[in-house]
Design a protein around this ligand. Structure first.
Ligand SMILES: [Zn+2]
Length: 416
């Protein structure tokens, strides 16, 4: 009975694949041609596995396997030269040591820094070590999950209920934060959907990959984003018409942070006790919450004043600057003149200056005037030229029909 059910399920998946594959063939060629790699082969006999722990060093691990000091030096040099590896990461890196028999010396070492990359070190007859990096073949399934916001829900809760893994949800937040204010734009009844990658190796799921498409019925209208690889290999997210979806600034630098005070030209100041303009937006954030830069730019102030406490001001371009106040501390290496990436941590939330409790006070300054971060019109980082736009639209149409199939058949997936 169970078998029959499984076969039935398999048939559905295969049938689904056949239909979707026809439509998706072009998509596969566009987006994943470069990812095909050779399978990894390892000999099964006499293998010992060592996971890197705190305090481990390469020489400690290798010498525990009976390797001599001279070999350790040669192996370290090869790892640095061929694989760019100079340090070990505890709880992440793994080693496999292979021998021809139990008491034989190690003749092959496999270092595994990620499920998708293996570094093979082999010793030749002359005692010379050789290093090869092998990419593990991944079998990518695009899966589709959709859900609906219920009364009193947050997007996070609804996303979890829809079966979207936490890491994928965080990526979706990052994407939608350019377009939406999760505090104000989320209402009961709104639908959302995500198409994302699941990576398999030898039939077992290993981890989740990229978000390929996302859709959310926001108050301002349906927000849609698609991941697309341009002919030059650069990857970006675009709306359904091929306009860059990644804006120069994020409206909410900290994901999923509740707005505790909005932008206004007049408000009663909780500490000063009289009415004055609130030139930014306050986000609830416990002391120590990392604060990412809302956009790429250059730090033009990293200072303290009575009102803002510890604050950082970033100049993004000729038009926009952002300011982050009440920090408990600044991030290491962030100084006046430092260039920061979008999303780079610049400091940590706190309650320095005039603040009743820990929060992030975030300001956006456009051409010298304070504007509401949650509503100001923001320029997109990159747009597609006409040729790429046409390619994108073709890709997007195929993907959309794939999504339609998946929406009607939730157990199906697209084989990429
Ligand atoms: Zn404030």
């Amino acid at each position: 009975m169970e078998n029959a059910k499984n076969i039935n399920k398999l048939t559905r998946v295969v049938l689904g694949l056949a239909i979707v594959l026809c439509m998706i063939a072009t998509v596969v060629v566009i987006s994943h041609w470069g990812n095909r790699t050779k399978p990894v082969t390892t000999t099964p006999e006499c293998k010992s596995v060592v996971a890197v722990e705190n305090g481990d060093t390469l020489s400690k691990i290798l010498m525990a396997q009976g390797l001599k000091h001279g070999d350790v030096e040669k192996i370290a040099a090869e790892l640095k030269k061929k694989a760019g590896i100079t340090t070990l990461r505890a709880k992440r890196d793994r080693f496999e040591f292979l021998r021809n028999s139990d008491n034989a010396p190690v003749n092959k070492i496999v270092m595994i820094p990620s499920p998708w990359r293996q570094i093979e070190l082999t010793c030749d007859d002359n005692g010379k070590w050789h290093c090869d990096t092998v990419d593990v073949e991944r079998d990518i399934h695009a899966v589709y999950r959709s859900g609906k916001i219920k009364d009193g829900d947050s997007f996070y809760l609804a996303g979890q209920r829809a079966g979207i893994p936490a890491g994928v949800l965080a990526d979706v937040y990052d994407l939608l934060a350019f377009e939406m204010d999760f505090e104000r734009d989320v209402r009961a009844g709104q639908h959302f959907s995500v198409l994302y990658e699941e990576n398999y190796s030898n039939g077992a799921k290993v981890d989740n990959g990229h978000v390929l498409a996302v859709s959310f019925d926001a108050l301002r209208g349906n927000v849609k984003m698609y991941r697309f690889k341009k002919s030059d290999g650069t990857i970006g997210y675009y709306d359904e018409n091929g306009n860059g979806a990644i804006k120069s600034l994020k409206r909410t630098p900290i994901n999923n942070a509740k707005v505790t005070s909005s932008f206004s030209t007049k408000r009663h100041h909780p500490v000063l006790g009289f009415t004055r303009a609130h030139k930014g937006v306050d986000f609830r954030a416990p002391t120590g919450t990392p604060i990412p830069a809302a956009g790429a730019g250059r730090v033009i102030a990293r200072s303290f004043n009575r009102g803002h406490g510890n604050f950082v001001r970033i100049r993004h371009n000729g038009t926009f600057e952002t300011l982050y106040a009440h920090m408990s501390k600044f991030a290491k290496g962030v100084n006046v003149g430092t260039t920061v990436r979008q999303g780079q941590i610049i400091g940590y939330a706190g309650s320095t200056g005039l603040a009743t409790g820990p929060h992030l006070h975030y300001e956006v300054i456009k051409n010298g005037t304070h504007v509401n971060p949650l509503t100001v019109k923001l320029p997109a980082i990159s747009n597609l030229d006409n040729n790429q736009k046409q390619k994108f639209i073709e890709y997007r149409k195929i993907l959309d029909s794939g999504i339609e199939q998946l929406a009607n058949n939730p157990k199906w997936f697209i084989q990429l």
